[in-house]
Design a protein around this ligand. Sequence first.
Ligand SMILES: [Zn+2]
Length: 378
Amino acid sequence: MNDLLTETERLLPECMGLLEHWVRLESPSFDADRVNRLGDAVAEAFARLGGSVERLPEADRGRHLLIRFGKQGAEAPVMLLGHLDTVWPAGEIDRRPFTVDGDIASGPGVFDMKAGIAMMWLALRSLLSVRGSIPLPVAILLTSNEEVGSPNVRELVPRLAAGARAVLVLEPPLPDGVLKTARNGMGRFVIRAHGRSAHSGVNPADGVNAVEETAHQILRLRELGDPANGTTVTATMVEGGTRPNVVPAECFVQADCRVPSSAEAERVTRAIRSLAPVLPGSRIEVEGGFRRPPLEPTPGNVRLFEMARKVGKEIGREIAGGRTGGASDGNLTSGAGIATLDGLGPVGLGAHQEDEHIRVSSLPWRTTLVAGLIEKLA
Ligand SMILES: [Zn+2]
C-alpha cells in the first residue's frame, strides 16, 4: 500500500494542476453549457488514462459522464460515484479565485466535489503506474445535477450502479476526514387544502377557510417528527389566499422530511398520506414521497467500511465513520442494495459555504485509501 502512497505523493502536482483547471471551469447545476465544458475537460483527462467515455444526455441540464476502465461484463465493476455540478453561480470564481496557501486550497466547488474527481483520476493513474493495470473493471459515474437531484438521476444512478460489487462515493467527508457511513433519507411532500371562498365581511360563515385548514395540518406535520431519534418534519413553504377580503379556497404547505432509517421513512410516509381534514367541508390532497432513501449501515456497507479501516491501518491512518443529515447520490445506490461507502473525498471544510477549502496534504493518503479499496475489492 505504501508504494501507492509514494506514487500519489509524486503525482500530486499534476493532480493539483487538473484540480485548478476544473475549479476554474465553473459548473452551476442549472447551467448545462458550463457543466458540459467541465465534463469535456474531465472526460479528456480520464480518456488519456485509457478510459472509454460515454456522455448521457439529461433534459435541460448538462450531460452525465460514465467512464469505464477495464473489460466490461466479465467481472462486476467497482463504481466511483460523484458529480460535476456545484452550488455556486457563474462568476463566483472572480470573487474567490482558486488559491493554494500553504496546505489550504480554496475556490468554489473545490471541496464539493472537484477534488473528489481529481482523486479518482489520481487513484487510477497511480494504480496504472505502480501495478501496470487496474485490478478490476472500474466505472466512474459523474452526474450533472446532484445538487439539484432531478427525478431522472434518481432513476439513472441505481440503474447504472446495478451489478457493481461496491460503490465508492468521493463526496466530502465529515470534519477531519470522517467517512459518511450513515446519511439521512430525504422526502418532500405537498399537502393541498381545498375549501370554499366567500366574502370575509358579508358571508364568512359560507366559506371554508383553506388557510386555516393548512394551519391545522402544519401542526400535525410537526408532531410527526421525532428529533431525539433523528426524524424531522419541517413545514418549509406555504402559499394560499387570493385577496385580503376573501375567505381563501386554496392553500398548500410543503414539508421537508429527514429520517435515519427506512422504517422511519415508511412511518412518516404513511402518516402524511393519511392526514385527514379538520374543518367541516374542506378536503386535502397529498403528493410527494421520499426522493432519497436513507444510507444505513447495511451488512454490505459495514463490510466495505471495515475494508477501508484495514487499508487505513496499512498506511498508518485511523479511519472513522459518522452520520450526516445531508443526502447524496450514495443514498440511491445503498437504497438499491449495493454496498456503498460515502465521504471518501479529501479532508476539508465548508461545503456550500464561502470558506470552502481542502487540505492539500490529505489528497495522497485519501487517494491511497480509494486505490487500496479498489485492490481489496478485486
Ligand atoms: Zn456533493
